[in-house]
Structure formats: C-alpha cells, structure tokens
Design a binder for this molecule. Sequence first.
Ligand code: GLA
Length: 380
Amino acid sequence: MNLAETAQAAFTEAYGTGPAGLWAAPGRVNLIGEHTDYNDGFVLPFALPQRTVAAAGPAPDGRWSVCSTLAPEPVVFGVTEPGDVTGWGAYVAGIVWALQDAGFEVPPARIAIASDVPLGSGLSSSAALESAVLTALIDLGGLDVPTERRPAIAQRAENVYVGAPTGILDQSASIRCRAGHALFLDCRSYAVEQIPFDLAGEGLAILVINSNAPHQHVDGEYGERRKSCEAAAAALGVPALRDVSTAELPQALDRLDDDVLRRRARHIITENQRVLDTVSLLRSGRVREIGPLLTASHASMRDDFEITVDQVDVAVQAALDAGAYGARMTGGGFGGCVLALVDTGRADATAAAVAAAYEQRGFTAPTSWVATAGPGAARV
Ligand code: GLA
C-alpha cells in the first residue's frame, strides 16, 4: 500500500466510510537561511518527496475528529481555544482554530493521517501535518484562502495554539514549494521566487544525513535564540536584524556590548547575505559554487549561533573530507539533519564515510538518502 492508500484505509477503519478526498503536504529541507525567518530575513527551502497525507471527509456530528496510523483512536473536539486540545491533536485543532480566528467558516470534518516524514528530525513533520490538514479543510469547505496567506495561518496555529515560537519557514515550504525548484522567500513581505533546482542535470545531488541524535533542549534554546535576536535588533534601533547589511556589520557589532548578542547578530546578518549569494549563483547555473556558502553557514551556526551538536558537526566534516562541495546542518538545530552537496556518483561513498565516522565515535548510526525537490501541498 502506498501512503495515500494507507491514509484512505485508516479513514475507513476509523469512521466506517470512505473519505471525500486525500490531501498531501511535504516535509522540507532548508538549503540555506537558518533562523533568519523570524528576523524578517531570507530562506531557501525545497520540499521533500516525503509527505503527510490527510484523508478527510465531512463530519455528520458537527465536530472535528482526527486519527493517524500512529494513533488510531480519534481525537475529537468542537470549537476550542488554545490549550483545550494538547498532544499531537493540537496541531490539527490549532489549524481549525486559526482558520476560524481569521474569519473562515471551517467545515466540521473527519480526518485520518498517514506520513513518511521522519518525526522529530528537523524536517518539518509538524508543518507537513498542519499544511495537509489546512489544505484539506480549505478545499472541503470551499474556503477562499489565497495560497500566499496560508502559511501565516498555519504558523499562527503553531505559535498560538501549540505554543512554539517558530517562524514562517516550514509552513511556507510545505505550502508554497514547487517540484524541481527551491523557494526563495522573503519572510518580511512573503514574496517568493521559484528558483530552478535541477541538480541531477548538473550531475549533482543533495545527500540528506539524519544524525539520529536525540533532540535536546530544542524548545527552550529556540526561544532563547529568538529573544537574543530581538534584543540585538532593539539595541541597534532597527525593526529586525534583516535591516542590517553585511556592509554595516562592523559598526553594528561595535554598538553591541554583549558578546553573545554580537555573535547571534553576526550569524543572522551574514546568513541573510549567504542566502542572497546562493540565489545569485543558482540563478546563473553555478550550482557547485554554492558549496562554500553552505559550509560557511554551518560554521556560523556552530560558532556564532551555537545550535549544532557533535553528531551534526562530525557529519559535516566527514562529508567534506569525502569530497562534498559543501555541507551544513539544516533546520532548527540541536540534532536533526545535515545536507551535503555532492557529485551524484559520490553520494553512496559520502554516506558511507559519515557512517564510518559515527561508528568510530560510538554515535547511533545515521540514516542517509538523496533528496530531490518535490511538490508543495495539494489534493492528490
Ligand atoms: C525551525 C522553525 C523555523 C525556522 C528554523 C530555523 O524549523 O520552525 O521557523 O526558524 O527552525 O531556520
């Protein structure tokens, strides 16, 4: 059974009838632009082929029910406020709430979820869930919600209902990415440019390496980083760190008297520039040349933003030693995945080199695969 059939079967099993339709939304990797989203900056994600499928149909009891292959007993709720539904059902109740809060009449629905996005690996499994449910409810209700508005609604579900202070990267990637493209997003204006990202044609591949490191202190540390960035922007008298260019960086650093704030700000300001430089290179077809930008991004996350762990640092170094053009951690940090830009023919050898480095250090074995840019959320 493929994923869509699995979701359909879960629906029928839970509700005793078939769904009205199936909607899918992908996980993502972020090529570059980490923690820049909540600084009004730039990001460049692409959607993974791994996705979450929501089988959905109308609910005769006027409420919302959601189950999944991992939790077959449905979570059932009516109109709720943030805090009423907790656990994984909060992501779904949050979407219903955020749509209602934005003024939409959300159709009562029964939903069943199946997903092959690895959970808790920094690949946006939660945004995939939110985006699949959001797309399903919009279509079921015939709601007029333009695509460019949708990520902010899903983000509000996560920020206010689930209570995670994340930016708009993940939901934008899941909803707005296109197959074969990376999504260049301005997180202030929400303007996007679809950047052709055909690596195979260049003889290149993005190897994704899941460090399988246990996520630690993720929520608290994420919120801390966000606060530091806001404090740095306030001290510099700008609305967000996005408003400081690399040309202005030396003066900006002089004006910050706290070393931690200085390093946090330096990561964001240089990372925004690396996104812009990556986009310029991709636009002119100079794909291999983005490698050093990826690696510089990793060093900045490791040394200035301090969000890496040993497992991801070791994976990056092992990939580079094996000949990768560039490598970096992707996602929020404190574990999660690394991506490496490699010649197609070197993907297996690079994965093996990382596995060997892990074995030598006694780390849990990593999981690696070649990622291609898949489509964003849609009915399937
Ligand atoms: C997580 C958050 C995103 C973004 C990234 C870091 O994935 O959900 O909003 O901040 O971390 O780039």
